[in-house]
Design a protein around this ligand. Structure first.
Ligand code: ADP
Length: 605
């Protein structure tokens, strides 16, 4: 995709180099820019017709001249004696030759020596070709794609993967289609002893790290033991190149390697006057390209704006009493504003960042569900809120000694399950993000019209989802974008369930010329400290967004900013997929682009 963005003017005042902040109104829309005019625009006929004409001309004059040449040799006529017809044929030969070399030769040479210009954009990309991906793996081609490499295919940037140390070379060379059997290889005697002990069940696999005091060695030994037990090779799963100490006791137990997921960049996403390059970890072909196209439409229209509506993580324990009356007593106690301050003091002891916001109760017979909500700084906050809740439960036992605590989580929280309580009350960050997309950009970048987008949004995202009985699923594919950003930035991917709750709204404005689009996401659960966020790769992606770690000036500012970026990227993804569907390319493109070139029948199961 040849997309160009003209450089934006720098701010009048000093610019923070980290944030690359730009004013939204500094965006230069390059409509009518001479640089976007193509030589082919000057041709009186469509390109394929002129190509066909010159091809035919070239081969017919070559055939004619060769037959004349043979005739002259046969009749011993001097070659320099040319008839007017031969002269015309020579001129036609030279002209068609120049055309063909100029058209195909230059393009070929350029393809060898020039690289694509990155993510720079112009407004008038009439030839922009984008394949977008949507929910249910719908891939949609918006225009015939002349590029030879499929979307998402690596160019010359294949990662250097170190060979797993413990893998037999015979195994590595085996054909990929076959199930690879592991061949035991000899290790240092010391390690062999430990492997033997693991295989005999004398040393538990989980205890290797603490026994050896070397996480990498523990992973290598566990891996080899696993291969010997199962007889299956792990040769494709890298062992080298990962810091196993960094996950100890925090992110993953009993590691034997790590899975590689490519990270693509969508953007710049112009959001609240700042540009973001959005990292997306995905193996879903064309998802990044699709989001990128949405970012372009937003950028060329002056950017998107977001508002954070609330920020509070929740946890809801379940307690039981002997009667509904007693359960109701506790409900009234917890919801009485006069008791809030005491409860907050007890709760907030869990962390200097945890601040109790409210407690909402629900009763089912004699069982009480108490939904505690609190701010958690830059942490996603599940641990923090759970600790606070435990403090309050211990405190309540004094006055409600007949309270039977059944569980710290009673599913009224609700974590990692689709639930109306999150959709209505919110969980984590509640964000709304909006943009006005200029009619011109809807046509030129998104290749559709304002009217058809609005109509499709009403019938698909609103009515269609209502017909399906959707819960928070009033969107085209928010979860695609949320999942990819979550994985790239070290969020808990399981929380994609509620973090993808989203309603997409579209409305024609300015007398139907422009499009107002918004996404409202009530439960985006993200953090920039804790969990997987501090791992090297994930931390690098957070750093790219300028939200790595704890915000030193204002606790919570980084995680809140990350939530708005997620919503901004979802806005871009929604725009792009909805446009593709409204352009009516779904079925053809699905058949053409959602099929792997590989013969899957040959891949053994
Ligand atoms: P979570 O609650 O999301 O599961 P953790 O249990 O890892 O995450 O809690 C985050 C940890 O990071 C806490 O120990 C907290 O004290 C610490 N921390 C440091 N800076 C911050 C910050 N700005 N916001 C939130 N937590 C922070």
């Amino acid at each position: 995709m040849d997309v160009r963005r003209r450089p934006v003017k720098p701010l009048d005042g000093p610019v923070d180099p980290r944030s690359k902040q730009r004013r939204a109104d500094d965006v230069v829309v390059a409509g009518g820019d001479a640089s976007s005019i193509k030589a082919s625009d000057a041709l009186p006929l469509p390109l394929y017709l002129t190509n066909a004409v010159f091809f035919t001309l070239f081969f017919s004059v070559v055939y004619y001249l060769l037959s004349r040449w043979r005739e002259k040799i046969r009749t011993s006529t001097p070659l320099h004696l040319v008839t007017p017809a031969e002269m015309a044929a020579i001129v036609a030969f030279v002209a068609s030759f120049i055309y063909l070399v100029g058209f195909f030769g230059v393009d070929f040479v350029q393809s060898l020596i020039l690289r694509p210009a990155g993510d720079v954009w112009t407004a008038d990309d009439e030839e922009d070709e984008v394949v977008v991906v949507g929910a249910d793996h719908e891939k949609i081609l918006l225009k015939e794609d002349s590029r030879s490499s499929p979307c998402g295919q690596a160019l010359d940037c294949a990662p250097i993967v170190q060979k797993p140390k413990l893998v037999d070379p015979v195994v590595q060379d085996a054909p990929k289609e076959k199930v690879i059997e592991a061949v035991p290889i000899a290790l240092p005697e010391e390690d062999e002893e430990i492997i033997k002990s693991v295989l005999e069940g004398k040393t538990p696999s989980y205890s290797l790290e603490s026994k050896l005091g070397d996480c990498k060695r523990a992973a290598a030994i566990r891996r080899e033991a696993l291969q010997r037990i199962t007889g299956k090779s792990l040769s494709g799963l890298p062992l080298e190149g990962f810091d196993y100490e960094s996950i100890l006791g925090q992110c993953c137990e009993m590691p034997v390697g790590y899975v590689q997921i490519p990270v693509g960049i969508a953007g710049p996403l112009l959001l609240d006057g700042r540009e973001y390059s959005v990292p997306m970890a995905t193996t879903e072909g064309c998802l990044v390209a699709s989001t990128n196209r949405g970012c372009k439409a937003i950028f060329m229209s002056g950017g998107a704006t977001s508002v954070l509506l609330r920020d509070g993580m929740t946890r809801a324990p379940i307690v039981r009493f002997a009667s509904a009356k007693r359960a109701a007593d506790l409900k009234f106690f917890l919801e009485n504003p006069a008791n809030f301050e005491t409860l907050a003091v007890v709760f907030n002891r869990s962390s200097r960042f945890a601040r109790l916001q409210n407690i909402k109760c629900a009763i089912a017979g004699k069982n009480l569900y108490m939904r505690f909500s609190c701010s958690t700084g830059d942490a996603m906050g599940m641990n923090m809120v759970s600790k606070g809740v435990q403090n309050v439960l211990d405190f309540l036992q004094n006055d409600f000694s007949d309270m039977d605590v059944l569980g710290i989580s009673g599913n009224f929280c609700a974590d990692k399950k689709p639930a109306a309580v999150n959709w209505i009350e919110g969980r984590g960050k509640s964000v709304v993000c909006e943009a006005t997309i200029k009619g011109d950009m809807v046509r030129k970048v998104l290749k559709t019209s304002v009217e058809s987008l609005v109509e499709l949004n009403m019938l698909k995202n609103l009515t269609g989802s209502a017909m399906a009985g959707a819960l928070g699923g009033f969107n085209a594919h928010a979860s695609n974008i949320v999942a990819a950003i979550f994985i790239a930035t070290g969020q808990d991917p399981a929380q994609n369930v509620e973090s993808s709750h989203c309603i997409t709204m579209m409305e024609a404005i300015n007398d139907g010329k422009d499009l107002h689009v918004s996404v409202t996401m009530p439960s985006v659960e993200v953090g920039t400290v804790g969990g997987g966020t501090q791992l090297a790769s994930q931390s690098a992606c957070l750093n790219l967004l300028g939200v790595k770690g704890a915000n030193k000036e204002l606790a919570g500012a980084n995680s809140r900013l990350l939530a708005t970026v997620v919503a901004g990227a979802v806005l871009a993804g929604e725009l792009s997929l909805m446009s593709a569907i409204s352009a009516g390319q779904l079925v053809n493109s699905h058949m053409k682009y959602n099929r792997s070139g590989k013969d899957l029948a040959k891949v053994s199961s």
